[in-house]
Design a binder for this molecule. Structure first.
Ligand SMILES: [Zn+2]
Length: 508
């Protein structure tokens, strides 16, 4: 490696010609070396913030959730308690938490903690009060205020209704934001993640990345895709997809078609089995499809890349319709449409997915997480084409892998484990949940490196270990290509190299 790039690849003898007095040798000790992992879908500042916030991910009872929130309120009274990532499906019975659960432990300290999928959050009475939410507040379009038998808000807000509270949360200070980004970068380096594709960052986040890039302090490469509703901000400057430097690129936009399976807001053709009154919700951006089409068409015409979150089969279908309209209107081009998550695809839509050369930006960890309860929710037929990575590859659809951190852990080895074993987190499907949708470790690694690079128009720059490419690679504790897939989750990243520089090292 010279100047951040790979100058040659070959046997020790062949490489000897490059050996000069200033050459440093990194001896991998015969261990497996792979290209650095490129997480195609993260929420980077949220991730860094979460590392600093209250953590409810492994709160196994509502009482434990209340205890941790109470502890934080005592430590920092009056300061908003955020983060969370609680999971009601861990509790028995699985029921949504309420503001009453946490009110007397928090007094006047406002609390707004999200469900781990980000599509619901729990507010205490202090937070509802600051947001002005009462029994008289109506559900906003694309959102719901959960109410009890008397019609009073329980504290749980779904999708667009969460914004009523987030609007009144004080903005992060520049210093808090910088701290969060640095925490996230350190975490990524420790896990062998050398590139991240950051979905719906704020412009303030991008400004922090730009500062760090200018100072040479980024240890992961970032492709940032702000919200599609602001597409014109990039378009008016003439910025196209993947504009920028090897460290920081912009030129993509991120949109939402629907919600999530866990929150029963993913948008399906048929109702949920365990909530038959609903088939999900289209996002507020999609409430007027004509306006969504106009914005996406204009963004595409300006040369911006479209990355659209779509989870339910009807949500995905509607986005494919829009993509088809865009190709007809703006003509053929190497535009690399992306559907983020692409979780539940109607059987009729796989071929269309391939024809539109749409990239499936998927997060296999969600499969082993949702696999614990998804069948109760959508039934035996729909799960056959749920997290259908095998079918997508067989149909010729390109995959880009990621985690949706903070929704799932950023650790790529857990994602590789999920994609190859489909063994659900509850241990109930050791042979794999919908096992016919497993992919091989080779396919998963390619999707996580070259596949994710392709999804950001960077396959000539990174994603493989080859002459001329950016010197991003990791040394692993075990040979992931020969061990049993069940062991993948225990593999450690020993060394992370980004641009020829070691940014993480741990003892074997
Ligand atoms: Zn996301």
């Amino acid at each position: 490696m010279i100047g951040g790039r790979i100058v040659d690849v070959g046997s020790a003898d062949a490489i000897e010609q490059w050996h000069g007095p200033a050459t440093a040798i990194v001896d991998a000790g015969g261990r497996r070396v792979v290209p650095g992992f490129n997480d195609a879908h993260v929420h980077f500042v949220d991730g860094g913030t979460e590392l600093e916030n209250v953590d409810l991910k492994d709160a196994d009872t509502p009482a434990e959730l209340a205890r941790r929130i109470g502890e934080r309120a005592r430590a920092k009274p009056g300061e908003w308690i955020l983060g969370g990532e609680w999971d009601d499906q861990r509790w028995s019975p699985a029921e949504l938490p309420t503001r009453q659960l946490i009110d007397d432990r928090t007094n006047g300290t406002p609390v707004f903690v999200s469900r781990y999928d980000g599509h619901m959050a729990l507010a205490n009475s202090a937070a509802l009060g600051r947001a002005g939410i009462t029994e008289h507040t109506q559900d906003p379009p694309g959102g719901a205020i959960v109410r009890d038998a008397r019609g009073l808000p329980t504290g749980v807000l779904k999708d667009a209704a969460m914004e009523v509270v987030t609007r009144v949360i004080p903005k992060m200070t520049p210093d808090q934001r910088l701290r969060a980004v640095k925490r996230a970068l350190g975490h990524a380096a420790s896990l062998g993640v050398t590139s991240v594709q950051d979905m719906n960052p704020s412009y303030d986040d991008v400004a922090v990345y730009a500062d760090l890039a200018a100072r040479g302090e980024l240890t992961a490469r970032i492709y940032a895709a702000p919200m599609e509703t602001g597409w014109y901000d990039q378009a008016k400057l003439g910025i196209h997809r993947a504009f920028g430097s090897p460290w920081l690129r912009i030129g993509a936009v991120k949109g939402y078609a629907d919600g999530s399976l866990g929150s029963t807001t993913a948008y399906f053709f048929a109702p949920y089995l365990d909530a038959p009154q609903t088939r999900g919700l289209l996002s507020d951006e999609m409430q007027d499809i004509g306006q969504m089409r106009t914005r996406l068409m204009a963004a595409d015409h300006a040369g911006l890349q479209l990355c659209i979150h779509a989870i339910g089969d009807a949500g995905i279908s509607q986005i494919l319709d829009l993509f088809g309209d865009i190709v007809r209107a703006n003509g053929e081009r190497d535009r690399r449409f992306r559907i983020e998550h692409a979780q539940h695809i109607a059987p009729k839509d796989f071929d269309r997915f391939a024809q539109l050369r749409t990239i499936a930006s998927v997060q296999p960890y969600h499969a082993i997480d949702d696999g614990r309860w998804a069948e109760r929710r959508i039934g035996g037929e729909r799960i056959k084409t749920t997290y259908a990575f095998r079918t997508l590859l067989d149909k010729g659809v390109r995959l880009a892998l990621g985690t949706d951190w903070t929704v799932a852990p950023l650790n790529p080895l857990l994602t590789l484990y999920a994609a190859t074993t489909r063994a659900t987190l509850d241990g109930k499907n050791p042979g794999g949940w919908v096992p016919e949708q497993k992919i091989t470790i080779q396919e998963a690694v390619v999707a996580y490196t070259a596949g994710s690079a392709f999804a950001e128009f960077q396959e000539r720059e990174k994603g493989t270990i080859a002459r001329g490419l950016l010197a991003d690679m990791v040394i692993l504790s075990d040979d992931i290509f020969s061990i049993a897939p069940a062991r993948l989750k225990d593999v450690k990243v020993l060394t992370t190299i980004v641009g020829g520089r070691i940014v993480h090292q741990r003892n074997p």
